[in-house]
Design a protein around this ligand. Structure first.
Ligand SMILES: Cc1cc2nc3c(=O)[nH]c(=O)nc-3n(C[C@H](O)[C@H](O)[C@H](O)COP(=O)(O)O)c2cc1C
Length: 446
């Protein structure tokens, strides 16, 4: 689905009636986030805020990815094909193209003129500080030369200082650690408002040797156009709304504010590395993008949805060829559902074990038959209610690594896990398990 930039996607949403322009002045403190919260809770629209108080020349957008439908629109595929489509892109990357300049460089601000206060960075949840939440960070791995992309929150600490929460197992965190071990600074760019496929490519959970710009290109169906930064040797999407350039000096850290995290609770406060900003470049009429994280479901969850499905699918299919489709739900990390055709009575046990031990770090895995719509919670609950016996079909794994940021975990990332086999027994009397349907109900209109 080729989008030249984020604006083409906004125009598409507008044509569909899925975009609301807010003309009245709005504050970056809570007010923009409140719009996104309400939209997320009501399957509402994407917003463009025309008048952001205290930020002349800037507009802002939020809730762009706040519904599954808009993620599917961005990728251009129906829901039952989305996970395999994403895996295809991972397996068939499309190299990028380097261009001179680009709209992201309409305005270039460097040195003492840099001031993050001019950028409408949003404060989202009650106890948060101002955080960039829709930034795609880009840093080059010093060993492989791979351009690493990720999405990580960044708190504003001052005129030219941004905190970065990217743990060492993430590629941005790993690149920083490698530089730090050599006593070197890490050059890093933060891209705000690239095209949606580049954002979804950045969220991929793949080997650190794989180029995510090329996954974005495969999702787009054509090369992502990249341009060189002004003050660092990093490539960024030429059509982005805004790029913040800078470096992380070894040992430069600062305590972060609390942050409303994806499980819907506050994570503990942390000392995080600090990026020193050397340049801000942006379009002549920039649109700042923000996404809400917090109580599920938000844009944060939905941006992770398809990339996480891809991980669950790979883990599940590795142990069982009968897997048909998968989805994560709930907070889009802790809960996985797998749909399969089983050929052996206990095959679902293999599947749930692989998923729960796998890279997605799920805490709960439910396995259902091929006649269950895994995208409809009612159907999954129905299968659990009518096709599983708690005494024999629920399997508890007493302790495993997983479920990051789970406040109920006795030790960090150590949690018990649960798998539920909600498939009917092989050879079961078919009629007793059959879903009761009314013929013609799908076709009725009024
Ligand atoms: C909106 C959004 C915000 C995110 N914030 C963080 C974050 O602050 N810290 C983090 O470690 N991961 C965060 N993630 C998840 C990472 O971006 C995701 O794991 C990404 O794939 C990292 O890539 P890597 O595993 O290849 O390094 C966020 C994801 C999204 C969609």
């Amino acid at each position: 689905m080729y989008w030249n930039d984020m604006r083409e996607f906004l125009a598409h949403l507008d044509r569909k009636g899925d975009l609301v322009t807010v003309a009245k002045p709005v504050s970056t403190k809570f007010e923009i986030a409140a719009y996104i919260r309400k939209s997320s809770d009501t399957n509402g629209p994407c917003f463009v805020f025309d008048d952001v108080e205290g930020h002349p020349g800037w507009r802002a957008t939020g809730a762009m990815y706040a519904t599954p439908g808009r993620i599917l629109d961005a990728l251009g595929v129906p829901i039952d094909q989305v996970t395999r489509h994403y895996i295809e892109a991972i397996n068939n990357p499309v190299p990028w193209e380097v261009v001179d300049g680009g709209p992201a460089k309409d305005v270039v601000i460097t040195g003492d003129d840099v001031d993050l206060a001019t950028v409408p960075i949003v404060t989202h949840s009650e106890k948060d500080g101002p955080f960039i939440t829709a930034g795609v960070q880009v840093a080059v791995d010093p060993d492989t030369g791979v351009h690493g992309l990720g999405m990580h929150r960044m708190e504003v600490f001052g005129r030219n200082r941004l905190g970065l929460w990217a743990p060492n197992e993430r590629r941005i965190g790993r690149a920083r650690l490698k530089r730090e071990e050599r006593g070197e600074r890490l050059e890093i760019a933060v891209v705000i408002g690239p095209d949606p496929c580049t954002v979804l490519g950045a969220c991929a959970r793949v080997s650190h040797d794989q180029e995510k710009y090329a996954i974005g290109g495969a999702l787009l169906g054509g090369a992502v156009k990249l341009t060189r930064c002004e003050t660092i040797d990093v490539l960024v999407p030429a059509s982005a709304e805004c790029v913040i350039e800078g470096y992380i000096e070894p040992g430069d850290t600062q305590m972060e504010a609390p942050f409303g995290e994806f499980p819907g609770c506050y994570g503990g406060r942390m000392e995080v590395p600090v990026m020193t900003v050397t340049a801000i470049t942006h379009r002549s009429d920039p649109i700042f993008q923000t996404v809400l994280t917090g109580f599920p479901v938000t844009e944060d969850h939905l941006l992770n949805w398809v990339p996480m499905n891809a991980v669950v699918y790979e883990d599940a299919t590795r142990v069982c060829p009968g897997v048909i489709d998968v989805t994560v739900k709930g907070n889009y990390v802790y809960e996985a559902v797998v749909k399969m055709t089983k050929r052996h009575q206990t095959e679902p046990w293999n599947v749930m074990s692989a998923v729960l031990a796998g890279n997605a770090q799920a805490k709960y895995c439910t396995v259902v038959d091929q006649d269950v719509n895994i995208y409809d919670d009612r159907e999954v609950t129905w299968a659990v209610s009518t096709r599983s016996q708690p005494a024999t079909d629920v399997h508890i794994f007493p302790v495993m690594v997983g479920a990051p940021l789970d406040p109920s975990a006795p030790l960090v990332r150590q949690t018990s896990k649960m798998g539920t086999d909600a498939t009917k027994p092989l050879g079961a009397e078919a009629l007793r398990y059959e879903k009761v349907l009314v013929p013609g109900a799908d076709e009725v209109t009024w």
